[in-house]
Design a protein around this ligand. Structure first.
Ligand SMILES: [Zn+2]
Length: 246
């Protein structure tokens, strides 16, 4: 009897938990007001926006970092990711960890909307043909259930009115968790880790946006760019939600 009541009520309890969880700020856990989405105004203010990681900025740190590895048309990183050493940006880090490892797919989409709005403000992406999310390995996809970069891309796509194309590149090497590797190990592991899925003429002469959650060393994005470089005259613009201090 108790067992059957439990069976009956358990899904309801789970549902309620999801609703209550959705009503709480993912940064600080406080209840959200109706006009707030995923994070409260306070936490949104604490998400420190980058000032120089925008296309056309004089000292674009993201472009400088990537230029050591590959050639891209531009780079945009919306927020500072923060780190143990640099406390600033910790809310962004909490949010990324939540949608990357906490199973919160919707949060990635909502952050994609924010990223899209900031990208729209620059007026730089009007001629872009597609948003290409950095693919995750099949193994990672089966554990996580979704690709967080693709969810970000879906949010940004809605704001920018540029379609998401997840069929352009795929990940071919199943590199172990990147977090435990050194810079040099990451570069070696990811070299040639992505493969072009379309013909070299399919996107000839087009501008695309390559999107990921966080720019760290730039090795993953550089490796994706290497696959995309087989397309003739394709201009690749990088966009990420955050940039990590390294
Ligand atoms: Zn909050």
């Amino acid at each position: 009897m108790v067992g059957s009541i439990y069976k009956l009520l358990h899904p309801l309890y789970d549902g309620l938990q999801t609703i209550v969880f959705d009503l709480r700020c993912k940064g600080c856990g406080e209840m959200l007001y109706s006009h707030e989405e995923a994070i409260c105004m306070n936490c949104e203010r604490l998400m420190s926006q980058t000032t120089t990681c925008q296309p056309g900025a004089q000292e674009n740190v993201a472009e400088q970092r990537l230029s050591r590895l590959t050639h891209v048309e531009s780079a945009f990183c919306a927020f500072n990711y923060g780190s143990e050493r640099f406390n600033e940006g910790n809310i962004t880090r909490t949010i990324v960890i939540e949608f990357k490892y906490g199973g919160n797919k919707k949060l990635a989409y909502l952050m994609g909307l924010k990223l899209g709005r900031l990208m729209l403000k620059t007026g730089y992406y009007n001629d872009c043909f597609a948003i290409v999310p950095v693919p995750v390995s099949r193994q990672r996809l089966s554990v996580r259930g979704y690709n967080q970069a693709e969810e970000l891309a879906k949010g940004a796509s809605e704001i920018l009115d540029i379609p998401v194309r997840s069929d352009i590149i795929k990940r071919i090497s199943n590199a172990a968790s990147q977090t435990s590797r050194t810079h040099a190990e990451r570069l070696t592991a990811l070299k040639g880790g992505f493969e072009l899925m379309v013909g070299a003429n399919d996107l000839k002469g087009k501008s695309i946006i390559l999107m990921d959650d966080v720019l760290t060393t730039g090795a993953t994005l550089a490796s994706c760019n290497e696959a995309l470089s087989h397309i003739e005259d394709c201009k690749v613009n990088i966009a990420t939600l955050a940039i990590a201090h390294i």
